[in-house]
Design a protein around this ligand. Structure first.
Ligand SMILES: [Zn+2]
Length: 537
């Protein structure tokens, strides 16, 4: 049946616009374990982390599904829904054979600083090979949406903002937020005005004392101990930290990164971005991607059992509560969509675990490389057979191997076997294994999800659980063990019903879930799946 013309146009006019939230706020907490929701629960205020737990939908068994669990790959994976094998951000820094040097995940020599200092400005998302959910939102709205990425770390801002969005990061040298010519020739007025407030100077003029009386921090080990790494110029890792005195020998204005006030400063800029860009108030869906870097710096120096870390989370919790209350007022409760995750977890400090009689240790790479040099020289003749060792991967000298007409694959196998004799090395795999086999179980499958055919090494090492590489005080992350992989995946707000699930989910499911909620395409390399518990209720 044919409708009269008038009826057709009326139908079109009355059509409801596509249902989308006013604003999406993506939060990545750098180095946050899922465990922290519970460990610090009793001291969280109403309205912060607890609001996400109680009023949001939480995937309680959310994991990273690749190795290595570092910041660059983490942010790229959350936003692309892919793993490093596809999006190409295979580490924070990695060795590039043809350049004969290490490259940084967000480096871009073709762009220059805008604001800040020149060295901090050669940054863009170009090394990330696939689209982000933020890119897809821009394509879905023909770029009427605005995307703003904010973090202390450049990679924590530039990768989430994607190829089409705007990103701002902190320059520890000048104390300013900045970006690069990738994004334009000048900073927006609101960023310039923000920098003029000189907040880093103000925050570093204070003393970092615990938020509550120090003896009430019963979830952490004693303040003075041998596990933590104090700032330069301070004998013991104990409160209070006189920041104005310590900053001179600890990176100047860059020292704010290693204090909870780096998170405060990040949120200060988020408020300025919301107001300056009128995010969520323009009749289009906007996206604010915030990454809190300071939790990572504090975590590295003091470890997950420290009062310093607990205090950093209690402060972030209060600041998030104020932030959500602000969004309620400005955007409207239920009108904005939030997700929170982390770029990786963290290992416990080795000596702390050893003191508690849990098997743990530290690999001495210098010792291993010396032994390996002796072995390869004896077996293959004098030569620099090992070109690079980084990110638990060995790069062999391919040109020397070709010149001597040796069999590369046999040599990979031989060295992989040799490395198994060292305490703390659990499994080794060769590039040939990664290319020609398909692993579906265990940590070797995680290794494969992080393996890039062009850029990864010849021999790949998996340490025993709780074994770090060259660790003294403090700690790190990067493995496929649960302490590094188990992170928050929680959605809250617009169209999200409260609830939780203990089903295994991965961080690469976040972007596909957002694509369903926002009615966009899936990011082009996405391998994760939409979380049906959240969507189909
Ligand atoms: Zn880290």
């Amino acid at each position: 049946m044919c409708l009269p013309l008038a009826a057709i146009s009326q139908t079109a006019n009355e059509e409801e616009p596509l249902d989308r939230p006013k604003l999406v706020v993506g939060i990545v907490v750098d180095q946050m374990r899922q465990e922290y929701f519970y460990k610090f629960h009793d001291r969280f205020v109403e309205g912060g982390f607890k609001r996400l737990m109680e009023e949001g939908f939480m995937m309680k068994n959310g994991h990273y599904n690749y190795i290595p669990t570092y910041t660059g790959p983490g942010h790229a994976s959350v936003y692309t829904g892919a793993t490093p094998s596809t999006h190409g951000i295979i580490a924070n820094d990695w060795y590039v054979r043809k350049l004969g040097r290490t490259v940084y995940c967000a480096e871009d020599s073709t762009v220059n600083a805008v604001g800040g200092s020149e060295q901090a400005g050669h940054i863009s998302p170009r090394n990330m090979l696939t689209t982000t959910i933020t890119d897809e939102l821009q394509f879905a709205t023909n770029k009427r949406s605005k995307v703003v990425g904010i973090a202390i770390k450049d990679r924590g801002a530039a990768l989430p903002a994607g190829h089409l969005g705007d990103a701002y990061w902190y320059d520890g040298k000048t104390g300013e937020f900045m970006n690069s010519t990738y994004y334009g020739e000048t900073l927006p007025d609101w960023v310039i005005a923000f920098n003029k407030r000189e907040l880093p100077e103000k925050y570093l003029g204070q003393t970092w004392e615990t938020l509550y009386p120090i003896n009430s921090y019963i979830q952490s080990v004693a303040d003075d101990n041998e596990f933590e790494s104090p700032p330069i110029g301070k004998e013991a890792p104990v409160f209070p930290y006189e920041l104005s005195e310590l900053m001179e020998n600890n990176g100047g204005l860059g020292m704010i990164s290693g204090t909870p006030f780096g998170n405060t400063l990040t949120l200060d800029l988020a408020y300025a971005a919301l107001a300056g860009e009128q995010l969520g108030k323009r009749g289009e869906t906007d996206f604010l991607a915030v990454s809190f870097s300071s939790t990572d710096y504090v975590g590295h120096a003091f470890g997950p059992s420290s009062i310093e870390l607990e205090d950093t989370y209690l402060r972030l919790d209060q600041e998030l509560a104020a932030f959500f209350a602000y969004l309620d007022r400005e955007i409207g409760e239920g009108e904005y969509l939030v997700f929170l995750s982390a770029d990786h977890g963290v290992a416990d400090v080795v000596r702390y675990m050893q003191d508690e009689r849990v098997p743990a240790g530290s690999l001495n790479t210098r010792f291993i490389l010396t032994q390996l040099k002796g072995y390869t020289n004896e077996r293959y003749g004098e030569g620099d057979w090992i070109e690079n060792f980084s990110n638990e991967q060995l790069f062999l000298n391919h040109s020397l191997i070709r010149e001597k007409k040796l069999d590369l694959i046999a040599m990979q196998e031989d060295i992989a076997e040799f490395l198994l004799r060292f305490d703390g090395i659990k499994e080794t795999y060769t590039a040939n294994d990664m290319r020609h086999r398909e692993y579906t179980l265990g940590r070797k499958s995680l290794l494969q999800m992080g393996y890039n055919h062009k850029a990864s090494g010849d021999v790949l090492i998996i340490n025993d659980a709780a074994w770090l590489t060259d660790s003294t005080r403090g700690t790190t992350h990067g493995t496929g063990y649960t302490y590094d992989t188990h992170v928050p995946i929680v959605f809250y707000g617009w169209h999200i019903q409260p609830g939780s699930s203990s089903r295994y989910a991965t961080v690469t499911d976040i972007a596909p879930t957002l694509a369903m909620l926002l009615h966009t395409r899936l990011p082009n390399g996405a391998t994760g799946q939409p979380i049906s518990e959240i969507l189909d209720r």
